[in-house]
Design a protein around this ligand. Structure first.
Ligand code: HEC
Length: 127
């Protein structure tokens, strides 16, 4: 009896491990909760609040044209960028803003791809 019981539990563990791996594959790519924590840590100091502060407000940033908050004084560089903020353009911009838009005053880089994906999931969750 005992050996087969152990064999059974081992099989159950394999099935459970397989199921959670499957879950990880089908869940959305970014983690909005982790993204919120990153935003609070590294972005909110400039970007929180109704009018933003040192940086423009980022509510509803997905789908928005770059440099389109009328009350914020953007650099000519970002104004002339012609970008619209999508997951792809945000991903590229946040990797190295000064490279994506030379002359921008946004200087905070997010070199970690997972962190960028989490931030974008957070923006999507606030949309
Ligand atoms: C030290 C202040 C500061 C911090 C911290 C900061 N930013 Fe910015 N951000 C700015 C400024 C200033 C601009 C406007 C840039 C310009 O006009 O060229 C900007 C612009 C942006 C834009 C473009 C917004 C628009 O309306 O077109 C995005 C997106 C952005 N920041 C994302 C982030 C994210 C995500 C973080 C955190 C990882 C972050 N920023 C951290 C200052 C900051």
């Amino acid at each position: 009896m005992r050996p087969s019981f152990f064999a059974l539990s081992a099989a159950a563990i394999v099935v459970l491990a397989g199921a959670s791996a499957g879950l990880a594959q089908t869940s959305p790519p970014g983690d909005a909760v982790a993204g919120a924590a990153i935003f609070d840590d590294r972005c909110a100091i400039c970007h929180a609040g109704p009018t933003g502060g040192q940086g423009p407000n980022l509510d509803n940033v997905l789908g928005r044209r770059a440099a389109s908050i009328a009350s914020f004084s953007y650099t000519p560089a970002l104004t002339a960028s012609g970008l619209t903020w999508t997951a792809a353009t945000l991903n590229n911009f946040l990797t190295d803003p000064g490279k994506a838009v030379p002359g921008t005053a946004m200087i905070i880089r997010v070199p970690d791809a997972k962190e960028r994906t989490d931030l974008i999931a957070y923006f999507a969750s606030r949309h």
